[in-house]
Structures are given as structure tokens and as C-alpha cells.
Design a protein around this ligand. Structure first.
Ligand code: PLP
Length: 441
């Protein structure tokens, strides 16, 4: 079994020099949590500038779906680079963008005939969804969720309600957005996963919100992540999306699924909403769609994507290189990786649940496919959150050669490439167990 290789204390000398220079020249708004300076990557392994080799269970924040530098993706990009780097799909036509739009559309119900708008990032995909919802419905109000992360451009940030640091000093935001609780009671002392109060928020939309402050016929859209990502890898109860979608539909409100993190096979299905039996009106995609090349996509049926020429566009959106990378990514995800994500995700979840039996500090362990989160708690029954322990576990893992990230206040997230093998999952579990044990030594 391949293991991480560390040549000395981290960071090594080259990483130290580069992070010092980064501090001088790169925006201080970034949140690097450990000093990893990456030189190259292959599959779920990355090597830093000092030759240390790490097991990467972050996949560049859930982006490198096919692993780092998948040979088929690299070849597709190289071939495309020899023919055309850029022309701008907003003003001209080129084959990769048209082929990708056709492919993405084929993944959704054919009777609805989805069309695709291309941008460069998740925020741009959400921003486009926001604008299309207004354009199509001519309504001004919107609903989003506490804990949601939809991106950092002003429209997407207005929908985001993840951490105040992301919003401080940026007010005022786009008006007309009401945030409501996502169905998960962190503090419910009785049930670790699905407390009975879970669907209160859905009832509350109809019984309170729509009767008191928000005329439903003025609401354009509900923006929702199928599984909350940055908010803590929170899987809602099975009925949640179906019930809320039904309410939206009855009022002509668009159901916008932000699948930026959950989409493209990560949860074991192409779109996470498939787990919940809901076909959204608008879908936002990015991250894993092009295995690391910048691409965002917003999809809606042609009866909804009714906006006129000139109403929205982006110079770089749907760049030929990104489109070719996406076509290759989709072929790999469909043929084998989506299935692998389901199988390996289950292995990871079961392994973490076994560890949970030994460690009282491991609270809720949850996830779908390769989107798995573990809460660190002071006490499993009061669920008192242990953010500091979570942060320390991530540092301890790094020092052992395992790359992890956090999400929410006290959750460790595991989002490796969809190519991950059983041996690599087992290696991660072993290193994670050591990192948790280190909290108490
Ligand atoms: N939406 C979701 C669900 C995300 O997780 C993210 C990023 O983490 C975004 C939107 C924003 O994507 P980007 O950082 O590519 O703008």
C-alpha cells in the first residue's frame, strides 16, 4: 500500500521560502490552513516543492474529480491547445462548447430539453441562475438557507450565509433575499442525525413566511444545495427537497439546485438531487465538471431559459480547453467513476463509523458518496462543537501526510478524487485515526 513520504519537518525549506514570498505578494484574503506548496499531482497523490508526498483527500476543494492530471483529461487539453485556445463562445461558435452543452443536456430529462449557459466558476454559475430567475419570472424576492455557500461575487454572496467573515464590510447586498434554516439541528440532544424537528422549516415557509412577510407570487426562486457543502457536509432528510420543491412548484417559484460541489458524480449519482427524487428548474455546476480547469455551467429547460441575446454573457465562459476537459471528465465519471464514488464513499463512511466507536470526540459521521463529513464534538450527546479540535486534527493529519479540509464550524470533510481506491481509503482512515489520537497525547 502506498503511504505518504515525508522527508523532514513540515514545511520543508523550499515551501518555507515560497510561503514567505507569497505573504509579500499574494492577497491576504485567502485562507490557507497549512503550508502546502504543491509541485505536481497524480491521482489522489500530490508532491510538494520539497519532494514530500501527500495523500490528498481534498482534491483541490472537490474539484479534481478524475484525480490530479488524469492522462485522458491531460491529453484532451493538450490536443485542444494545439488547435484553439480561445475565441469567446459569447460572440462566436466552436465545437467543444456545443458538444458539451449537448452532453450536459442529455444528462437531464429529455422532455424538458435543458440548455446551458457557461461561466468560469461556481459563483458565476449561481450568479447566472440568480439573473435568469429574475429575468424569467419578473419577480424580485428569493429564498436561501443559513449555512449556504454560493460564492463570493455580490449576487452569489448575497445568497451565501455561511460565515460572517465572508460578508463583513460588504453590505449592502442584493435586497429581497430571506434566509431560512437548513434542516439539521446541530444542538438537538436526542438524535444525532435526523431530529424530528427537521422538516419544521419546510412547514414554516408555507405557514409563516408566505402568510406574513413574503408574498409567494413575488418569489422568483429558492436557492438550495442538495447537500450543504461549506456549511458542514449536511445531508438533509430524504423528504426535504421533495416537500420544498412541491411548495415551490405550487407557487410558480423556481427550484435552483446549487450542485457546484455535489454534482458530476461526487455523491455516487451524476447530480445529488437524484438521491432526493427532484429535478430542479435550474442547476448550477462548476468544481468537478472539468477536473481542474475553470468552468461553470448553469442549466435550465428551454421554457425557462428564455432570456434574449445580450442579457448575460462572459468572455471566457465555456473556454475550449475547459469544455474538452469537461467532455473527458463526463465520459470517465459516467462510465466508471460515479460507481466508484458510491462504493468507496461507503467504505470511507463505514471505516469512520468504526473509528467513531473508539473516539467520543467523533460526533455525527455523515455523507453520500465521496462527500463525507465528521463532526468533532466535546460531548457526543450535548453535541457541543469542538472547532479547535477539528482544526488540530486537520493539522495533525497534515503532519502525517494526509490532506484534509474543514467545513462548517466543527466538521472535517473528506472529498477525494472519484478515482480513489480501497487501499487509499484505508490509508486515509489509518492516518485520520492517528491524527484524532494525537489530540489526547
Ligand atoms: N456553490 C457551492 C455549493 C460551493 O461549494 C462553492 C464553492 O465552494 C461555490 C458555489 C462557489 O464556487 P467558486 O469558488 O468556483 O466561485
Amino acid at each position: 500500500m502506498r503511504r505518504p513520504v515525508l522527508h523532514g519537518p513540515l514545511p520543508g525549506p523550499k515551501a518555507q521560502a515560497l510561503t514567505a514570498k507569497d505573504q509579500l505578494y499574494v492577497s491576504p484574503s485567502y485562507t490557507r490552513i497549512y503550508p502546502l506548496v504543491v509541485e505536481r499531482g497524480e491521482g489522489v497523490w500530490v508532491e510538494d516543492v520539497d519532494g514530500n508526498q501527500f495523500l490528498d483527500f481534498t482534491s483541490g476543494i472537490a474539484v479534481c474529480a478524475t484525480g490530479h492530471c488524469h492522462p485522458r483529461v491531460v491529453r484532451a487539453v493538450q490536443d485542444q491547445a494545439q488547435h484553439l485556445l480561445h475565441m469567446s463562445g459569447t460572440d462566436f461558435y466552436y465545437t467543444p462548447q456545443i458538444r458539451l452543452a449537448e452532453k450536459l443536456s442529455s444528462l437531464l430529462p429529455q422532455e424538458d430539453h435543458y440548455k446551458v449557459y457557461f461561466g468560469n466558476s461556481g459563483a458565476e454559475a449561481v450568479e447566472a441562475a440568480f439573473k435568469l430567475a429574475r429575468w424569467h419570472t419578473r419577480r424580485e424576492l428569493n429564498i436561501a438557507f443559513f449555512g449556504a455557500f454560493h460564492g463570493r461575487t455580490m449576487g452569489a454572496l448575497s445568497l451565501t450565509a455561511s460565515k460572517t467573515i465572508q460578508k463583513r464590510h460588504y453590505h449592502p447586498f442584493v435586497p429581497g433575499i430571506t434566509h431560512i434554516p437548513y434542516p439539521y439541528c446541530y444542538r438537538c440532544p436526542y438524535n444525532l442525525t435526523y431530529p424530528s424537528c427537521d422538516l419544521e422549516c419546510v412547514r414554516w415557509v408555507e405557514d409563516t413566511l408566505f402568510r406574513t412577510t413574503m408574498p409567494p407570487d413575488e418569489v422568483a426562486a429558492i436557492f438550495v444545495e442538495p447537500i450543504q457543502g461549506e456549511g458542514g457536509y449536511i445531508v438533509p432528510p430524504p423528504e426535504f427537497h421533495r416537500r420544498l420543491h412541491a411548495i415551490a412548484r405550487s407557487h410558480g417559484i423556481l427550484y435552483v439546485a446549487d450542485e457546484v460541489q455535489t454534482g458530476i458524480g461526487r455523491t455516487g449519482k451524476m447530480f445529488a438531487m437524484e438521491h432526493f427524487g427532484v429535478v430542479p428548474d435550474i442547476i448550477a455546476l462548476a468544481k468537478g465538471i472539468a477536473s481542474g480547469l475553470p468552468l461553470g455551467a448553469m442549466m435550465a429547460p428551454s421554457r425557462i431559459m428564455t432570456w434574449e441575446a445580450g442579457s448575460h454573457a462572459s468572455t471566457f465562459g465555456g473556454n475550449p480547453l475547459s469544455c474538452q476537459a469537461a467532455l473527458e471528465t463526463l465520459a470517465l465519471v459516467e462510465s466508471e467513476l460515479m460507481h466508484n464514488a458510491a462504493v468507496m464513499g461507503q467504505r470511507l463512511l463505514e471505516g469512520l463509523r468504526r473509528l467513531q466507536q473508539d473516539w467520543e470526540c467523533m460526533g455525527d459521521v455523515r455523507g453520500l458518496g465521496l462527500m463525507v463529513g465528521v463532526e468533532l464534538v466535546k460531548d457526543r450527546h450535548t453535541k457541543e462543537r469542538a472547532s479547535e479540535w477539528r482544526n488540530r486534527v486537520i493539522q495533525e493529519a497534515f503532519q502525517r501526510g494526509l490532506l484534509l479540509l474543514g467545513c462548517g464550524e466543527n466538521t472535517v470533510r473528506f472529498c477525494p478524487a472519484l478515482t480513489v481506491t480501497a487501499d487509499e481509503v484505508d490509508c486515509c482512515l489509518d492516518l485520520f485515526a492517528q491524527a484524532v489520537a494525537a489530540l489526547f497525547h
